[in-house]
Design a binder for this molecule. Structure first.
Ligand code: R7I
Ligand code: MG
Ligand code: MG
Ligand code: MG
Length: 306
């Protein structure tokens, strides 16, 4: 679990300075990794930690959306400058003013609800408490629905939650990652054609060893769920045993780099554990101590090991 949280924070904080850029050359990333400054995280990590703490306080797998909505809004209120998506910020503003999260979430984008990747970017901790793939997907969908009423915003969270679950599972039984089995396990639970097509395309790209630019072109690397979660999963399954490589791959093509790298980092960190993350980078994380404390809470809630 610590690997999942620190992998999220590392991907988010390393990716943050490149959010919205075109492509990020390896030497630019090398320089970012060599620097000494504190690695400052964004909304992705802030909300992930809120969710993890929420779950830790409610063993086993209890989820209270009304409480979680208030907890999300409170962390936004405290640090609104962490780069929140406008839709999410609006939900937090509306709920703070007394509206229910259900009403607030459906009010976005002319009543369509958000299909942004904000539900997916924060969802990974549900993997630690769900009992089985369907339960994990359900928990993921419910945590996303607080801000993302659009089905794609919720499917993105289901896919990322399940991917994290499969990645964690493989931590306890380490073996070579079977990409086809992984894609099969994901599509079995998430029943939506658009997602199946994207994940099929992803498998094909993994088989051909596509580079980040090529993968981003085919899968997307923007702030929508459907346009970023497949790229994050791709970054992980292309570099399943080396978290920093998965993070670098995720950032390489530019776009929504903090979020794609946060999601890829969560998966690779979950599979490989915190000890496989570069020590020097972890030491630079602003949120390192807090993440360790939250991981400890989740572990002692009886859900998962270190
Ligand atoms: O999903 P969300 O929390 O944003 C997360 C992103 C990540 O990159 C974070 O790192 C942070 O930078 O923000 O916030 P939303 O505003 O709900 O969704 C993100 C964006 O997706 C929106 O601002 C819109 O640009 C777009 N979008 C939509 N556009 C039209 N119609 C999402 N849903 C819609 C829609 O229904
Ligand atoms: Mg962010
Ligand atoms: Mg957001
Ligand atoms: Mg982002």
């Amino acid at each position: 679990m610590l690997g999942l949280l620190l992998g999220t924070a590392l991907g988010d904080a390393l990716g943050a300075s490149f959010e919205g850029s075109q492509a990020v050359p390896a030497r630019t990333l090398d320089a970012a990794e060599r620097a000494d400054e504190t690695l400052v995280h964004t909304d992705d990590t802030a909300l992930t930690l809120v969710l993890a703490e929420h779950l830790a306080a409610r063993d086993p797998a209890g989820l209270d959306e009304d409480v979680l909505a208030d907890e999300f809004a409170a962390v936004w209120q405290k640090e609104p400058w962490r780069g929140y998506g406008p839709g999410a910020a609006q939900v937090f503003e509306l709920t703070g003013g007394g509206m229910s999260w259900q009403q607030a979430a459906v009010s976005l984008f002319g009543g369509a609800g958000s299909y942004g990747n904000g539900g997916a970017m924060r969802v990974a901790p549900v993997a630690a408490v769900g009992n089985g793939p369907h339960h994990v997907a359900e928990l993921g969908r419910r945590t996303a629905a607080i801000t993302h009423a659009h089905e794609h915003g919720q499917h993105g969270a289901e896919v990322q939650a399940l991917a994290a679950y499969l990645a964690l599972e493989r931590e306890s039984a380490p073996r070579v990652l079977d990409i086809d089995q992984f894609r099969h396990d994901l599509t079995r639970v998430v029943r939506c054609r658009a997602w199946h097509e994207k994940l099929d395309r992803m498998s094909e790209l993994v088989r051909t060893g596509a580079d980040p630019q090529h993968a981003a072109h085919a899968l997307g690397n923007d702030i929508t769920a459907l346009g970023s979660v497949p790229m994050a999963v791709m970054s992980f399954v292309s570099n399943p045993d080396e978290p920093i490589a998965a993070i670098r791959y995720a950032i390489g093509a530019g776009g929504d780099t903090d979020t794609i790298a946060a999601m890829a980092g969560a998966l690779a960190g979950a599979r490989n554990g915190a000890a496989t993350l570069p020590e020097r980078l972890v030491a630079r994380l602003e949120v390192g101590d807090h993440a360790r404390e939250v991981a400890r809470q989740l572990a002692t809630a009886g859900n998962t090991g270190a």
